[in-house]
Write a new protein. Structure first.
Length: 234
């Protein structure tokens, strides 16, 4: 049983989806502290000038240190949604597959969202479906595991009855693999090799939101997402 765990992200990049696709189950880590200027509430999209951040403003005043991701509220006193939709329209309207998905995203940005978590997972679930990734998704807020950092990860894996924990490459900086070994789990790292594909503007900018691949490649998105990657063995 391969389990991956990651914090929710706004408009996630390709490596985020690849790790989920390589897993038998994925846990959305939404009960940990929200980090300012993280990918939880922002990501990059391609523009004629290179790339640009799209950031969802959130309410954090006086809440840092005790603000779980699941509890983060969006600062709707700013017109962020209109700006995000306008940016996507401006920069992707000439891509081959923008119109095919524009209705979904237009509806997303017309709705009023209170919680960041609801927004991010609505978009992520849509992309999972389009990329034909059927991995079951769980959420740490609905689980019993406790702890901090790698102990929390280990306890979530144990609750999921995992045999393999599939980490991102940054896990090498903090995971104590001996803790997992003591409980019969092995640790693997998903060193994602970013593929190249044709973007609407000249040159290639990697590490964009997965929307960039979707709008440019459409039905070939999953094939491109998974190309030249190592398969994770149980």
């Amino acid at each position: 049983m391969i389990v991956s765990i990651n914090q929710p992200a706004y408009l996630p990049w390709l490596g985020y989806f690849h790790r989920i696709a390589q897993s038998d189950a994925h846990v959305g880590l939404d009960n940990v502290q929200f980090e300012k200027n993280s990918f939880t509430n922002r990501n990059k999209v391609r523009t004629a000038q290179g790339w640009s951040w799209l950031t969802v403003p959130v309410k954090t005043s006086g809440k840092f240190g005790a603000l779980a991701i699941a509890d983060v509220e969006i600062a709707n006193d700013r017109d962020w949604a209109e700006k995000h939709w306008a940016t996507l329209r401006l920069n992707y309207t000439k891509t081959p597959y923008f119109r095919e998905h524009a209705g979904f995203f237009e509806d997303v940005y017309r709705r009023t969202w209170v919680r960041l978590d609801d927004l991010t997972w609505t978009i992520t679930e849509y992309l999972l479906r389009i990329f034909d990734i059927l991995t079951p998704i769980y959420f740490s807020t609905r689980m019993n595991a406790i702890g901090k950092k790698d102990e929390l990860v280990l306890n979530l894996c144990r609750e999921m009855k995992a045999t393999v924990y599939l980490s991102g490459p940054l896990g090498r900086n903090y995971l104590r693999e001996e803790l997992f070994t003591e409980h019969g789990l092995s640790v693997r790292y998903d060193d994602y090799h970013h593929p190249s594909y044709t973007q609407v503007y000249s040159g290639f900018e990697p590490y964009m939101s997965a929307l960039d691949l979707l709008f440019n490649a459409g039905p070939r998105s999953r094939e491109i997402l998974m190309m030249n990657q190592e398969q994770v063995a149980q």
